[in-house]
Design a protein around this ligand. Structure first.
Ligand code: HDD
Length: 711
């Protein structure tokens, strides 16, 4: 059966060399990874290079005697092992990464002098790390949480790190509150519960006391916090940055990543089940997509605001709890990013990669957003304890492709043998090298944007940061009715886990009531609290009543069902021709069909042949798929209809609003009704309707009927 299985890394690496883009990117990245190590054909040696004769037995006094301290081979091995772990990230500890490239769509010289945005022929290598925020390194992928979306561009002019999230705003306005926020969301200090979740007292205590978090909490309670795949998330730089062109003209910009795969989410029930059935669901999905050649792509775009328009909005551009609605300032596409290579080694690359919002290149600059300003300090600082000193830029994944000569010497883990006697500047002994490069239109040294500042030194928040509810309201009111229901359920679920009623009531009365009274009333009802009749503050409202760009329903993507996983359920007696027809039709759309049997043993076809399966229905439950098809064959259908496992698989798929192709008999025995995405037969028109339904991600129209299904 031609069901497509992930290639082995070796095969895919070979397969991947076929495009010029990829060859070019690989060549650049390999130059970064000159220290790649491959032990094939090599003798086992100690770290000092001594060949090892016996790696099975410690040196002992006699074969039943005590071990000897002199065994330098055993001691070296155990010592190294004892120190294999490094501190995990304070936040965003759980993550996964991939290599790829960025290519500009054209010459954006009018906007910025950054070289990687000037030439559509230039291929800039990138490394991306996606992450969750709350949980530790081993936590589950699918928890309700913000996803980190950090991109390192290895540009010819130095590394540019765009360290963003899959949500365009943040919980707090000032970096000084970050430790408080993180302490509140992390597992509680007395019992280290919960892992990977914000559904607990300290989180809701903090956010209900800090109204500036209202907008971001709304995003976190929306479907954005449970993405279907890392490939199906938008990314945002969050802060307002500056781009500066060769003439020194600056524009304010917000960075956006738009996935070609569309913006799609799991259902909450799926997310929770996946956390147990496959805690690696998202890293596996990304890994397999890249291995099978379904390279995920994002478009990088910016919202551009001329300096003169800084104060034209009803919010402050420096406030990281605000978006610029795309209906007010559309996103201008600048280029595309493709992820086309999995890491060789998780620790060396994904764990040791060190991002910092302060890594920028000429043509890009910061703004005075007080959250961004604090981040500029934190990231380098945290690497000192995580990566053990200030030379972490020498770790292969962090090395720029641009040369980096300077007078910074020595320190822990120094890998460079610096030559020359002058480690100071100016010097005459070494001919004055390395020398400064004066700023210039192009290829000049970095020069900070000359912003005029005339102010008192104060600890005070600008009044223009004072409105915390208008955009939270805009977000809620821009959602489809389905998305609104999901938000209501998420607040109800999370607050339902909060033990203290004062905290629940404060969130409902002092936060939700200021956002939307219907939302507050619905959540209050689910918690058994009285519905508030009014908010506690005057909310000025937003320039727009709705922003359609905020609803995921408006981001279906442009790659059809490419890379979508489809379960093909078979049992003994399956009609091989019907199965083959369905699989081929799905493959024609570049979907990834997988044959599932009652066990992982091959099934017998109606004509007596053996049909190997990819997995069992138990090993790969319906929550791991985007759709289900059942080929014909009377005995196979009878067996599936009689199997609790198969029935559960199908009912669960139905409940999770998946597109399905069944036979008439199976439909009857499950007690389901045909709908827009529940189709019968294996004819081309059925396949076409199925493909359309998978493209729509879920059969939303089925939601009410699905409520009644017990799976
Ligand atoms: Fe942060 C990691 C994103 C605010 C301090 N942050 C980290 C990562 C991402 C973000 C994606 C993981 C990078 C990786 O994969 O290695 N952080 C954000 C965004 C923020 C934000 C989008 C707001 C707009 N962060 C923020 C603040 C501070 C930090 C205000 C501190 C003042 N963040 C850190 C950190 C981390 C980090 C403690 C932990 C590990 C690391 O940096 O490398 O420095």
């Amino acid at each position: 059966m031609p069901s497509k299985k992930p290639d082995s890394p070796k095969q895919s690496q070979l397969a991947g060399t076929d495009t010029p883009d990829r060859a070019n990117t690989n060549a650049k990245i390999q130059s970064l990874e000159s220290v790649r190590s491959d032990a094939t054909g090599q003798a086992l040696r100690t770290n000092q290079g001594v060949r090892i004769a016996d790696n099975q037995n410690t040196l002992k006094a006699g074969d039943r005697g005590p071990s000897l301290l002199e065994d330098f081979i055993m001691r070296e091995k155990i010592t190294h092992f004892d120190h294999e772990r490094i501190p995990e990230r304070i936040v965003h500890a759980r993550g996964t990464g991939a290599h790829g490239y960025f290519q500009s769509y054209g010459n954006h010289a009018e906007l910025t002098k950054a070289g990687f945005l000037q030439d559509p022929e230039k291929v800039t290598p990138v490394f991306v790390r996606f992450s969750t925020v709350q949980g530790p390194r081993g936590s589950a992928d699918t928890v309700r949480d913000v996803r980190g979306f950090a991109v390192k561009f290895y540009t010819d002019e130095g590394n540019f790190d765009l360290v963003g999230n899959n949500m365009p705003v943040f919980f707090i306005q000032d970096a000084i509150k970050f430790p408080d926020f993180v302490h509140a969301v992390k597992p509680e200090p007395h019992n280290e519960i919960p892992t990977g979740a914000s559904a607990h007292d300290t989180f809701w205590d903090f956010v209900s006391l800090v109204p500036e978090s209202a907008h971001m909490v709304m995003w976190a309670m929306s479907d954005r916090a449970i993405p279907r795949s890392l490939r199906m998330m938008e990314g945002f730089g969050v802060h307002t940055f500056r781009l500066i062109n060769a003439q020194g003209v600056a524009s304010f910009v917000k960075f956006h990543w738009k996935p070609r795969q569309g913006v799609h989410s799991l259902l909450w029930d799926e997310a929770q089940k996946l956390a147990g059935k496959d805690p690696d669901f998202q890293r596996r999905d990304l890994w397999e997509a890249i291995e099978t050649g379904d390279y995920p792509e994002w478009e990088l775009g910016v919202q551009i605001v001329p300096e003169a328009d800084e104060h034209k909005f009803d919010f402050d551009l420096l406030d990281p709890t605000k978006i610029i609605p795309e209906e007010l300032v559309p996103v201008t596409p600048l280029g595309k990013m493709v992820l086309n290579r999995n890491p060789d080694n998780f620790f060396a690359e994904v764990e040791q990669v060190a991002f910092c919002p302060g890594h920028i290149v000429p043509g890009i600059d910061f703004t005075n957003d007080p959250l961004l300003q604090g981040r500029l300090f934190s990231y380098t600082d945290t690497q000192l304890s995580r990566l053990g000193g200030p030379n972490f830029h020498q770790i292969p994944v962090n090395r720029p492709v641009a040369p980096n000569h300077n007078n910074q010497r020595d320190a822990l883990h120094q890998h460079v043998v610096h030559r020359g006697r002058a480690s100071y500047e100016p010097n005459s002994i070494d001919g004055g090298w390395p020398k400064e490069t004066p700023p210039a239109a192009q290829d000049g040294g970095f020069e900070s944007y000359q912003e005029r500042i005339d102010a008192n030194k104060i600890r005070q928040r600008s009044e223009s940061f004072g409105d915390h509810f208008s955009q939270a309201r805009l977000f809620f009111q821009s959602m489809s009715p389905t998305e609104q229901q999901h938000i209501i359920k998420a607040y109800s679920f999370e607050l339902g886990k909060v033990e203290r009623e004062t905290i629940r009531a404060r969130e409902v009365n002092e936060i939700l009531a200021n956002i939307d009274l219907k939302l507050a009333a619905a959540v209050a009802a689910n918690l058994g609290l009285p519905a508030p009749s009014a908010g506690t503050v005057q909310v000025k409202g937003s320039q727009l009543a709705q922003s359609p760009a905020l609803s995921q329903m408006n981001h279906p993507g442009s790659v059809g069902i490419k890379g979508r996983k489809i379960a093909v359920l078979v049992a003994d007696g399956v009609d091989a021709a019907s199965a083959d027809k369905l699989v081929k039709a799905l493959e024609a759309h570049s979907a990834r069909p997988m044959l599932l049997g009652p066990t992982s043993a091959p099934v017998k076809t109606a004509d007596g042949k053996q049909l190997p399966v990819d997995a069992s229905m138990e090993g790969m439950p319906s929550i791991m798929f985007d759709g289900v098809v059942v080929p014909g064959g009377k005995a196979s259908i009878d067996a599936l209809a009689a199997s609790g496992l198969a029935k559960h698989f199908l009912l669960e798929g139905y409940k999770h609003l998946k597109a399905m192709v069944l036979t008439k008999e199976l439909l009857g025995s499950l007690g389901l009704k045909e709908d827009k995405g529940l189709l019968l037969g294996d004819e081309q028109k059925t396949v076409d309707a199925f493909v359309k339904a998978v493209e729509g991600h879920r059969v939303w129209e089925r939601e009410a009927a699905a409520e009644a299904v017990p799976a």
